[in-house]
Design a protein around this ligand. Structure first.
Ligand SMILES: [Zn+2]
Length: 697
């Protein structure tokens, strides 16, 4: 499998861009020829039977079913018979249908979740070596065909015939006055809002694998990146993946007050070469050559530090990478477009991301992000950074990370305290009731919540795995070192515990299980961060340096300012692609660079004193994560709103108890019920203003 991907990648690199082959036999979901006649006949027949008041529901239901009905679902007679049998004409029949579906969906989610957990146990937990077949088990997804099966056996059509598929606009407008039952109906119907043919899914999976591979192998061998005098500023063997490792290396270089800046300037030059695709193709993932990214010259390298990781090649051509980055983005776009005709309530990727995944209108998100990048606080925080750095800002300082404060307690001592307290995963589990009581949950409630949290030793740093069915424990996965848990592990475990508590309450104590959870991951992350921030208090130690909270807020604000620009670029590029579906990679590159420079000149150049910088275009997510980037800044905004609210409550416990029962309604409705205001940037801006004052005092 791995091999095949590499062959495909090599072909792409050598022949450059080629459009996707047209798919066979998937010309969009077109209605059967008999649809219109059948619909009006059924409308008359069933209205006569059940009364005039059932007409509008009937019209909507028949239309919804026909939107997805295909020839292989049956002919005219089969469709009409289906509608006669499955139409729920009155409120009682609909309630019965909904509540039985809810029970079945809960059972399916719960048991599927358990199967998935078992399949991945060897891969996830520190319980001995992972053998090759364990990986195959972990990669198997028993749920992959569930929605297809539900269309094939017509359960999906029974839902679509009786409950409305809603648009975001309808949920925003009507949602606040809907009953919880209506919300449950809307969420149930939304499970069947798309019917994407297997051939389309396969084509998308192929493209995704190819593009992921391109991103995963885009390494720069830093010992071979030289400055203008041929000096190697980075140690041998250092290989950085674009963009994550490049950015993190840039951030880490702030620690080195003498030569950090030279390295940061080189990393910026590397990033700009990648974005503009003037990077020589020969230097990508190749330790066989040396490269001066400023002069853009390539020479054979006398140093071999690859350690067998890749085979160096000595090509000294500085021929640029042939716009492959943008060819990959175009492929991602074209693959997503294949889904459009099968997604009637959200017929573009942009609509699916904003209206279905985030449930925040794009216009509002754009306005929130602009509120951040245009905030009068930006130049003031920039001024503070300038003073702290003792030099004028340079464009790479969008990644300034010097606001973080080291803990006032020494880490070795913390490790000792934690490992003594928690030598095993079970010791941590036994202490959860006391942790929850300290956070303000009632003692007996702390016990009952703990009864639904299992603790496992994780292979990685830790994660929380929710359950899909009431009564099944959520899993807290935590890292236990040989000598017991260390402080870092504890800090993460407390974060995960926040997720687990949200998962337990929002599933077990909610009125409709189909509404279990929170509107999106930003909400559960905010709850987890509130827990995590209490870690020292939970160890019985004094709270941290009083200025550390203010510094953390400024760090968040600056990070949001940076990623908001990146997100605005991601959004603008997707609009451009939908407006220019026939563009070539070179045209897409030119447009992306224009948009990146435009955003920079408007929102960043005044602060950094330099125009036409393209750094906002470096994120790899832009190429392979289909408009995911706005989630980051939105997450920061939501986290601040929620944290401020929880601080106002009687205790963390009481506020968490209250807000986790709201469930998966729209983010705005959730936030209004939790805090009294819509999702927005005000809380972060207010906190940043206060923090700036505190730090400047
Ligand atoms: Zn988390």
């Amino acid at each position: 499998m791995q091999r095949a991907f590499i062959v495909v990648l090599a072909m792409v690199l050598s022949v450059g861009w080629a459009p996707l082959p047209a798919l066979q036999g998937t010309a969009g979901a077109s209605r059967p020829t008999w649809a219109a006649a059948s619909m009006s006949a059924l409308e008359e027949e069933l209205t006569a039977k059940y009364g005039e008041q059932s007409r509008s529901g009937l019209q909507r239901g028949l239309k919804q079913v026909l939107q997805f009905w295909r020839d292989d679902d049956g002919d005219k007679t089969a469709f009409e018979q289906f509608a006669r049998v499955h139409f729920a004409a009155d409120a009682m029949a609909r309630d019965t249908l909904r509540s039985r579906f809810e029970r079945m969906v809960e059972a399916l989610d719960g048991h599927m979740g358990e199967i998935n957990r078992h399949l991945k146990t060897q891969a996830d937990l520190e319980i001995g070596p992972i053998l090759p077949f364990d990986e195959l088990f972990a990669g198997y997804d028993p749920e992959a065909h569930l929605v297809d099966d539900f269309f094939a056996n017509k359960l999906a059509f029974a839902v679509l015939l009786n409950f409305p598929l809603t648009t975001l606009e309808e949920r925003l407008k009507g949602g606040p006055s809907w009953t919880r039952g209506q919300w449950a109906e809307a969420r149930l119907a939304a499970r069947f809002a798309r019917r994407v043919p297997a051939s389309v899914k396969l084509q998308i999976a192929r493209v995704t694998a190819e593009v992921d591979q391109y991103i995963a192998e885009y390494n720069i061998w830093m010992h071979h990146v030289t400055d203008g005098r041929g000096n190697r500023l980075f140690p041998a063997g250092k290989r950085l993946l674009s963009h994550w490792n490049l950015r993190d290396e840039l951030k880490a270089s702030y620690e080195d007050k003498t030569s950090g800046i030279a390295r940061q300037r080189l990393i910026q030059a590397v990033m700009e070469r990648i974005v503009t695709q003037s990077i020589p193709a020969a230097v990508v993932n190749n330790p066989g050559v040396d490269w001066d990214p400023v002069a853009n010259t390539v020479a054979p390298s006398p140093v071999n530090d690859a350690g067998g990781a890749v085979t160096p090649t000595g090509s000294t051509s500085n021929a640029p990478e042939p716009d492959t980055r943008y060819a990959m983005l175009l492929k991602t776009f074209q693959a997503e477009q294949l889904r459009d005709p099968y997604s009637p309530t959200a017929p573009t990727l942009i609509a699916r991301r904003f209206n279905e995944d985030r449930e925040l209108p794009e216009e509002r998100v754009k306005a929130m992000l602009e509120q951040i990048v245009m905030s009068p606080l930006v130049p003031r925080v920039a001024e503070l950074i300038k003073v702290r750095l003792g030099r004028p800002l340079e464009p790479f300082d969008i990644w300034y990370n010097g606001f973080r404060v080291k803990s006032s307690v020494n880490e070795v001592e913390l490790d000792r305290i934690v490992s003594q307290k928690y030598p095993t995963a079970d010791a941590f589990r036994r202490d959860i009731p006391s942790i929850l009581t300290t956070l303000g949950f009632a003692p007996e409630r702390s016990q009952s919540l703990t009864g639904l949290i299992a603790v496992d030793p994780a292979r990685g740093s830790g994660h929380a795995m929710g359950a899909g069915m009431r009564g099944i424990p959520t899993r807290l996965r935590t890292r236990i070192e040989k000598g017991g848990m260390n402080y870092k592990g504890f800090n993460i475990a407390v974060h995960e515990l926040g997720h687990n508590v949200e998962q337990v309450i929002s599933l077990n104590d909610i009125d409709h299980t189909i509404l279990s959870g929170v509107p999106n991951t930003a909400f559960t992350e905010a709850i987890a961060f509130v827990f995590q921030a209490q870690d020292l208090r939970l160890l019985g130690l004094a709270a941290d340096n009083p200025k550390s909270h203010a510094m953390n807020v400024l760090n968040d604000f600056w990070g949001t300012y940076e990623i908001a620009g990146v997100a605005l670029l991601d959004m603008a590029v997707w609009h451009w692609m939908y407006e220019h579906p026939k563009a070539t990679p070179a045209e897409l590159k030119a447009a992306t660079l224009d948009l990146a420079r435009g955003l920079w000149n408007k929102h960043y150049a005044p602060v950094f004193g330099k125009r036409d910088v393209v750094l906002l275009g470096i994120y790899s997510h832009m190429i392979h994560s289909t408009l995911y980037l706005p989630d980051y800044p939105i997450g920061h905004l939501i986290a601040h709103q929620l944290e401020e609210q929880i601080k106002k409550g009687a205790s963390i416990g009481s506020e968490i108890e209250r807000v986790t029962r709201i469930g998966r309604v729209t983010p705005d409705l959730w936030m209004t019920q939790a805090t009294g205001s819509l999702v927005g940037a005000d809380a972060l801006l207010e906190a940043a203003g206060k923090a700036l004052k505190e730090v400047n005092e």
